[in-house]
Design a binder for this molecule. Structure first.
Ligand code: GLC
Length: 433
């Protein structure tokens, strides 16, 4: 196995990769918001925009703030920030706004996505060259962020368990993770015909199967049929997961939101309430830890069973500060083995799992923004070797294949969409300075 930590990047290469990354963001700019990639994803996605703003920050700060402002322009009255905003029509994506049926002023989907926004905004404030502009923007955005976090806790954990639920694999952002297989299998299939668009842009061997799509669409229909009624959906949704990715990302983001509030003197009784909800998560997270495999797993809430497959979401508990010292040490050992198990790391599903598929969407491939979060967690916990190794592998992927949507951990080959915004943004933010 090649020791990827030995790979260095010379100045000229870093410079040309930086230029390419900036150009990727500019090419994907649709006038204030950035599409993840043309064709396959022609709208504004929630967590893509948060990550992409980190990239814009490196060369156009006003444009970075605009990315976030336009995302919040689609916030629902109840505080939810949708997973997709359909600003303009496009025929290249399915399911579009009519299938979702959520006809707000800005058409959108009716679910959210991992709430990394507050974390990205804190990072933006801390690294801004124009700190007056940054302070002004964060002050304006703060209330919207608070509303968004209140929505997560109140709408998705109305019984104060400490663990929010998600209603759709697409909400997790890890759309086709094997952690959803059993829960998704219990969802009925849609009974109408449809034409997918994703498999006309990307090799079908890198995308979900029809049996999964049929169920994804059943859930979309279910939300619409019940008029997006929070209580009804909470009580009756045929798919309900405690998703570790969302739980961890929300937890860290809530703590970051409180830090922002402290810095700007904006905390109030609502943020105190958020702090209480975060404490509940700290008390509840242990129920997702499996002693016999020393790992955190997602839970199917409807059957009260852990989805015992090792996905990279479990490592995000370190990033969230939700793992105890002993758990963090154990997760660090697991991460070391994970790194060794394939040529490039971190595979989204552990290579020793039978469901591991190195090039199929979320069942093995590497995503750069997940690597950034995992490495950040280990670096902050003092496990710098692990963090550095992940960062070097990530850099090496970009050197090998450029800015693809995701990467094959066995070969480093780029998969999915090309010229991808958040991949370019993470390179600018984390890999090329
Ligand atoms: C895919 C990913 C999701 C991402 C979207 C746009 O659906 O699974 O996480 O937000 O593409 O990049």
């Amino acid at each position: 196995m090649i020791d990827s930590t030995a790979v260095t990047i010379d100045k000229a290469t870093a410079l040309s990769l930086k230029e390419l990354a900036k150009q990727t963001l500019k090419d994907n700019d649709l006038g204030g918001y950035t599409v993840p990639t043309h064709g396959l994803y022609p709208f504004q996605w929630n967590w893509d925009s948060a990550i992409t703003a980190l990239g814009w920050m490196k060369f156009d700060e006003p444009r970075a703030w605009q990315e976030i402002e336009i995302l919040f322009s689609g916030q629902w009255d109840n505080g939810m920030v949708p997973h997709i905003l359909f600003h303009k029509n496009s025929e290249t994506y399915f399911p579009g706004p009519n299938i979702w049926g959520a006809n707000r002023a800005i058409k959108s989907t009716s679910i959210s996505q991992p709430p990394v926004l507050a974390t990205a905004i804190k990072e933006m404030l801390e690294t801004a060259k124009d700190s007056a502009l940054a302070t002004e923007k964060v002050t304006q955005l703060f209330n919207k962020l608070v509303e968004y976090h209140l929505w997560w806790y109140n709408d998705r954990d109305p019984q104060n368990t400490g663990l929010v639920v998600t209603y759709h694999p697409w909400e997790s952002g890890m759309d086709n993770s094997p952690a959803w297989d059993d829960a998704l299998h219990a969802v009925p299939c849609v009974d109408w015909e449809y034409t997918r668009r994703d498999t006309s842009h990307v090799d079908p061997s890198q995308r979900p199967h029809k049996s999964e799509y049929d169920r994804f669409l059943y859930l979309v229909d279910f939300f619409k049929r019940h008029n997006f009624d929070s209580q009804y959906i909470f009580d009756n949704c045929p798919y309900k997961m405690n998703d570790l990715g969302i739980i961890a990302i929300l937890h860290r983001a809530t703590k970051d939101l409180l830090i922002l509030g402290d810095k700007l003197g904006l905390n109030d009784e609502r943020t105190e309430y958020l702090a209480k909800r975060a404490k509940m998560t700290e008390q509840a997270i242990g129920s997702l830890w499996c002693e016999s495999s020393n790992y955190f797993y997602c839970r199917n809430v409807l059957t009260n069973s852990l989805a015992k497959v090792k996905t990279s979401a479990g490592l995000l508990c370190v990033y969230a500060g939700l793992a105890t010292k002993a758990q963090t040490e154990s997760l660090n050992n697991t991460a070391q083995q994970w790194i060794e198990a394939s040529q490039f790391s971190i595979a989204s599903t552990h290579p020793s799992e039978t469901c591991y598929e190195p090039q199929r969407y979320w069942r093995g491939p590497i995503w750069l923004h997940i690597n950034w979060m995992i490495a950040l967690g280990f670096a902050e916990s003092g496990f710098t070797n692990t963090a550095n190794h992940i960062q070097q592998d990530t850099r090496n992927l970009v050197l090998t294949s450029g800015y693809y949507e995701y990467f094959n951990p066995e070969t480093g080959a780029g998969c999915g969409g090309k010229n991808f915004s958040w991949t370019a943004a993470i390179a600018l933010h984390w890999l090329l300075d």
